[in-house]
Design a protein around this ligand. Structure first.
Ligand code: GLY
Ligand code: MN
Ligand code: MN
Length: 431
């Protein structure tokens, strides 16, 4: 593993927190993700299911966690099932976890091999204490899952085999637990932010007219990987010129030209925790007066937003407030007028021409992290603050994105050390 080992107590505590949320007489099951195929005998890099990771620390495929707090044998109230290592696996794919190693990572005493799953699971399901069966589904508000996950296959299998148990959704409980970060999680996200900072500083030195967007991508990934990150937290967006008004531009294949801005929405993961940074910089190291004017409007909104996203605020109310602030900045930039606002269609307000995404999302093991966006903002949750103004007719856009921890008295900016003032960006690019 590339990161320093995580104290098993973290995973022990997470399971305890989950057990407190379950109804009496319950059993919960979590499956790892599949190794996703590409073509022929190819596969994608394995990415663990984040709920399973949060509860066990196990990063191996074909793993199952069963939690059954009411089982009479204390040792079997938590069981981890793993694929059994063998000589063939070892020769082709390298080391697979032993029982002892899995115990040490997760703090789970009972680790069994997968072939024992069916019989033991049947035993647990047949006892009187397993009335409610909690299974895991992807209920993220933006998920678009067209392939059946291992969890989803398990739901089908389990319901077919045990049709008369009462089934419950564990996803809302996991969202509730995962949205509030422990000190350890905040430290890991800070580490991801610090690695991202190194990448960004390297790119500030590297960028000049004539470089290709993918050359910038290469600078980032070199810096991320050499500092212990597995890589990008999400597909990087390196959008110069007119492409920086396209929110999900990921081709990264254009030449960066003098006079253009480059929008860099690029960040590292660390120990499966993510950061999410956006900066917008001038290709030639100097903002034009108009670019700087728009840049400073976005920076002003970001700083105001950091004060507004506070405990007990509901995200959607905050977004409305940001939109009002955005309207006033767009007026100052002479992009919209009072008259435009007066005559606007309330279902499609005029500011949407220049600002067409949400200002914040939670961040953690997922980049767009789990947790109910309709609940009030919680102390200890981590959010992005990412306003943007995109002016297609002027051929550029600006987005600035930082990551903050919601604190009781004030928010803490995990990206406080990453250059953001236009003057500082210019100075660093011209050194
Ligand atoms: N990088 C993805 C986002 O900003 O939400
Ligand atoms: Mn981003
Ligand atoms: Mn973001």
């Amino acid at each position: 593993m590339r990161y320093s080992p995580i104290d098993q107590q973290f995973f022990v505590d997470n399971r305890k927190k989950l057990v407190r949320e379950l109804k009496p007489n319950s059993l919960a099951v979590f499956n790892s993700n599949d190794i996703m195929p590409t073509n022929a005998d190819g596969s994608m890099v394995f990415k663990q299911n984040n709920d399973l990771f949060y509860l066990t620390g196990i990063e191996q495929e074909e793993s199952i966690l069963v939690i059954c707090p009411g089982f009479r044998e204390e040792k079997k109230r938590e069981i981890l099932f793993l694929r059994q290592p063998n000589e063939h696996l070892e020769k082709w794919y390298g080391h697979k976890l032993t029982k002892e190693e899995a115990q040490a990572i997760s703090g789970i005493e009972t680790v069994m091999w997968l072939p024992d799953f069916d019989a033991l699971f049947h035993h647990l399901m047949a006892m009187s204490g397993a009335e409610n069966v909690y299974l895991n589904t992807n209920e993220h508000y933006r998920s678009e899952v067209v392939v059946q996950t291992r969890d989803a296959r398990f739901v089908d299998w389990c319901r077919a085999k045990y049709p008369l148990h009462t089934y419950q959704r564990v996803a809302p409980l996991m969202g509730k637990l995962r949205r509030t970060k422990s000190a350890l999680e905040i430290k890991l996200i800070q580490q991801a932010c610090d690695i991202t900072e190194k990448g960004f500083r390297r790119v500030l030195k590297f960028t000049k007219p004539g470089v290709k967007e993918y050359e910038i991508e290469a600078e980032y990934i070199h810096e991320f990987i050499r500092h212990g990150s597995k890589g990008f937290a999400y597909t990087p967006i390196i959008a110069s010129g007119k492409n920086n008004v396209v929110l999900h531009y990921i081709e990264n294949n254009q030449e960066c030209k003098t006079g253009e801005l480059i929008l860099l929405d690029v960040a590292a993961e660390y120990a499966n925790y993510n950061s999410d940074l956006t900066r917008t910089i001038p290709v030639n190291g100097k903002f034009s007066p108009r670019q700087k004017e728009v840049y400073n409007a976005v920076l002003h909104i970001q700083r105001e937003a950091m004060k507004m996203l506070r405990p007990s605020v509901v995200y959607f109310d905050y977004q409305k407030e940001i939109e009002k602030l955005m309207e006033s900045e767009l007026k100052k930039l002479k992009l919209i007028s009072d008259n435009d606002i007066k005559n606007q269609n309330p279902d499609n307000p005029v500011f949407k021409k220049y600002f067409y995404h949400g200002t914040s999302h939670m961040l953690g093991l997922d980049v767009h992290d789990v947790g109910n966006m309709h609940d009030p903002v919680q102390v200890g949750s981590v959010w992005t603050i990412e306003p943007g103004i995109y002016i297609k007719e002027e051929g550029f856009g600006v987005r600035l994105e930082n990551n903050v921890v919601i604190g009781e008295k004030e928010n803490f900016d995990l990206m406080r050390n990453i250059p953001i003032e236009a003057d500082e960006i210019e100075t660093l690019m011209n050194q």
